[in-house]
Design a protein around this ligand. Structure first.
Ligand code: SDX
Length: 429
């Protein structure tokens, strides 16, 4: 059988080395470069890690050309159609869909952890009222590690599992409290007879003085957003969680680092930027001006919600959520609101424009999730918080996988040095 290796040749010296190929079950293989520096004296150079596999993972698979997204082998389209978010959480954590009794047990475990320590709630009062909820999330989630000394032994699988359950269960409470604090309203405690999404919507929008009824279409739309955003291979925030926890940092602090990375406008902050862009365009007649700027090489302006690092065809999540978006706008009778009219016109123009077609810059999941969140009344500064809530299970599933991966060690990338050669301090002369 042919050797499963890649030969690397240094043309300057003629020296050749063979590197072993690492093959997975789907998609491109990798070749193992761990001996490259010792054998050939080189590092690899890959800013943004466009072509670098940081790990072997069995959780999520993306095929950017085919517009494919699988969670533990199941197509996202089928999970969106048949599963709820907690079922997807179970699948990502344990690798298989739960049977009814496993689902009932998992649901009861999560429900038992929805409240946060009253001492942690006092953290909120230290923030300015106009603090961005993502700033609060980074602080409060990181502070969870100050409250759970009973389960931060990351070498103990049971501690890892309870930390995963606590994070999944508490993120909606922490998220909703971040919003309530920012508008000066009292925190609403979780009501455990409600489902995961209903509970969150009630904690977000209920007030002690009246009964709150969730709108079923809004719950359905938000549940879909959570499912579609649950995991996405080694994206920036997931890689941040892996790198932070590779030093042995506890999962709460590592997830807080992931939240910080997700906050960036090119990553999780994109759906908030989509609405800001639509509000800036404001009138479908103004769209051409903004599209022209997006095409101008000398203008750093980009259309938020378009393009993707990996999906060089359609983002399958965008294809799924697009229909939900159009249906919801009809359900809520908001199709004719200027913002949504502008969004649908921009979508149409971009899909017909050669610049976007040639570069395969289609609307991504953030384009439609931004519109849905706006339509169901989620405040703009809470959009990325929703994304963080959804992605928590992905971060923690990837963390658990890394903790069990014998090949993993502390992450420590190298560099190609371009600074000054060694030189003497003036006082040394
Ligand atoms: C997410 O990694 C993940 O999985 C992330 C995510 C997840 O679930 O975790 O999917 C969530 O982050 C989705 C992406 C959200 N970001 C945005 O919507 C921000 C707007 N999009 C861009 O910033 C951009 O498309 C990126 C950051 C998403 C991708 O950047 P790349 O990989 O640098 O883009 P590219 O190399 O594919 O660009 C190719 C060309 C370039 O032009 P040319 O040099 O070929 O002339 O397309 C241009 C880019 O300038 N381009 C855009 C554009 N995005 C790329 N031009 C106008 N508007 C845009 N949005």
């Amino acid at each position: 059988m042919a050797e499963d290796t890649i030969t690397i040749r240094d043309d300057a010296t003629g020296k050749e080395i063979k590197l072993p190929v690492v093959r997975g079950s789907m998609g491109p293989a990798g070749f193992d470069i761990r001996t490259l520096q010792n054998e050939l004296g080189y590092f690899t150079y890959d800013p943004g890690f466009i072509s670098t596999a940081s790990c072997q993972s069995g959780i999520t698979y993306i095929d950017g050309d085919d517009g494919m997204l699988l969670y533990r082998g199941y197509p996202i389209e089928q999970l969106a159609k048949h599963s709820n978010y907690l079922e997807v959480c179970y699948l990502l954590l344990y690798g298989e869909l739960p049977n009814p009794s496993e689902m009932a047990h998992f649901q009861s475990v999560i429900i038992d952890h929805t409240m946060i320590h009253e001492g942690l709630r006092r953290f909120y009062s230290g923030f300015r009222h106009d603090a961005h909820p993502m700033a609060i999330m980074v602080g409060v989630v990181g502070a969870l590690s100050a409250f759970y000394h009973d389960s931060t032994d990351i070498t103990d699988p049971l501690h890892r599992e309870i930390s995963a359950h606590r994070l999944i269960a508490k993120m909606p409470s922490i998220a909703a409290d971040s919003y309530k604090y920012s508008i000066g309203q009292p925190f609403i405690y979780p009501l455990n007879e409600l489902g995961y999404v209903e509970n969150f919507m009630r904690m977000m929008f209920a007030v002690p003085t009246t009964n709150y009824q969730v709108h079923p279409s809004c719950v359905k739309a938000l549940e879909l957003i959570l499912i579609l955003h649950a995991d996405h291979e080694q994206n920036a925030s997931t890689s941040t969680v892996r790198l932070a926890s590779s030093s042995g940092a506890n999962p709460f602090a590592s997830v807080a680092a992931g939240i910080a990375s997700l906050w960036g406008p090119a990553h999780g902050g994109a759906n908030e930027e989509v609405i800001k862009m639509l509000e800036e365009i404001n009138d479908p007649k103004e769209i051409a001006k903004f599209v022209k700027r997006a095409k101008d090489k000398n203008d750093p302006y980009r259309l938020m919600g378009f393009g993707h690092r990996i999906y060089k065809n359609h983002d399958p999540r965008a294809v799924i959520i697009r229909q939900m978006c159009h249906d919801l706008l009809k359900d809520l009778d908001t199709v004719n609101q200027p913002l949504f009219e502008t969004a649908l016109e921009l979508e149409k123009i971009a899909l017909e424009d050669d610049y976007f077609i040639e570069r395969k810059l289609y609307p991504n999941v953030d384009f439609y999730s931004g519109i849905i969140l706006k339509a169901i009344g989620i405040p703009l500064n809470m959009f990325t918080v929703i994304f963080a809530m959804a992605r928590t299970v992905g971060w923690i599933a990837q963390w658990m996988e890394m903790m069990e991966d014998k090949e993993q060690r502390i992450g420590r990338p190298r560099q190609v040095y371009t600074g000054q050669p060694q030189r003497k301090h003036p006082a040394e002369k």
